[in-house]
Write a protein that binds this ligand. Structure first.
Ligand SMILES: [Zn+2]
Length: 366
């Protein structure tokens, strides 16, 4: 199997166009055309993980964090980034990063945290705008079913938990075929009327070209009429953080105990107890301070994230229990998520989890 096949599948779950503008997700080292000997999933593609990949004969590391983030001007092994890249290139190890694109899908980094906590009715905490489009096309009645199918197969027509959604109206299309044309029906130079169906579907903006070309391939007309319109609707499947509910409300103390148990924590940093039970929980893997105001706005009882700064703890305003469980700790199950995604698709292929604990942060508990 080529590395390209693995990347394509990962990108069908978290399209690279969903990454944030500052990010550097994608194939960081190596060649997508290589045959893949095995995959190691990790949070960080450090030199230790590259060495592990060599020993375990896996020539692809699928990591959450891009090891090259801010660009490299020299590669002489002076820091951990350069060391990892040199080791990867010398040993023909490919490094692929699936970062904020995996943060920005419902069943991504935060969705996995919610699953581990047993949250119910999960939804995106901050949905992204301008990620949806409306797509219309006009097709002969007898071809409508096949063209709808092509559009759905290419990723159109998904709304929340519903797939294959469309609206269809019947009408009459007209055309006059010109010299050199090969009309589907009617004669050259004569006005033709054709009973047509107008198919309307919602599509993710990033799939526009894929859906247009799938529709064109299935369409019998030489010149296909279609419209793509940008929408202001937010997208229920794309955005950052996750909101969900515990099966039953629990006390703040019990909640912190649950976090310690599920995420295997030695400590939790948190704001003052408000003597309020916890049921509605917002969370975001990694550095999620930017969603504190959103967690407050949706009325969450608690917000779980990492990398909260001193002054940001004040933003709780005695209205929410803010908890900082550590960056690595919050994202640790992303390794399992990546392995699960790949094993489902490639059940007989070697997909390993790293045994290197790449967390650079330690806690001294005395
Ligand atoms: Zn992170």
């Amino acid at each position: 199997m080529k590395i390209d096949e693995i990347i394509s599948f990962l990108e069908s779950r978290a399209n690279p166009s969903l990454q944030e503008h500052y990010d550097n997700a994608g194939l960081i080292a190596g060649n997508a055309g290589w045959d893949c000997s095995g995959v190691i999933c990790s949070l960080d593609a450090t030199e230790e993980v590259v060495k592990e990949a060599i020993v375990k004969k896996c020539n692809l590391i699928v990591a959450h964090h891009p090891i090259i983030f801010g660009g490299l001007k020299k590669i002489n092994g002076k820091n951990y980034v350069e060391k990892a890249i040199i080791a990867a290139i010398k040993n023909d190890i490919a490094i692929y990063a699936i970062h904020t694109n995996l943060d920005n899908v419902l069943h991504g980094v935060s969705g996995k945290m919610a699953q581990m906590l047993g949250l119910q009715q999960i939804s995106i905490l901050a949905e992204k705008d301008n990620t949806l489009k409306k797509f219309f096309t006009f097709v002969p009645v007898d071809n409508a079913a096949a063209i709808r199918k092509a559009i759905f197969n290419a990723g159109g027509g998904n709304i929340g938990n519903y797939s294959e959604t469309s609206f269809n109206t019947e009408g009459t299309g007209t055309y006059k075929a010109g010299a050199g044309s090969h009309p589907f029906a009617g004669e050259i130079g004569k006005l033709h009327q054709e009973k047509e169906i107008k198919i309307e579907v919602i599509i993710p903006a990033y799939l526009e070209s894929k859906i247009v070309s799938a529709m064109k391939d299935a369409h019998p007309y030489e010149e296909v009429a279609y419209d793509v319109v940008s929408l202001n609707n937010s997208n229920q499947l794309i955005g950052s953080g996750v909101l969900g509910e515990l099966q039953e409300e629990i006390s703040e103390k019990e909640f912190l105990g649950l976090l310690k148990q599920v995420f295997n924590l030695s400590i939790v940093r948190h704001t003052i107890f408000l003597d309020k039970p916890i049921k509605k929980v917002a969370l975001c893997g990694g550095a999620g301070s930017f969603l504190i105001s959103r967690a407050l706005a949706v009325g969450a009882d608690a917000y779980i994230t990492a990398d909260i700064k001193y002054h940001e703890f004040f933003d709780a305003n005695n209205r929410i229990l803010l908890t900082d469980i550590g960056h690595y700790e919050s994202e640790q199950f992303t390794i399992n998520l990546l392995q699960d995604i790949l094993e489902q698709k490639f059940p007989t292929f070697a997909v390993l989890k790293t045994e290197v604990k790449t967390n650079p942060v330690n806690y001294f508990l005395g």
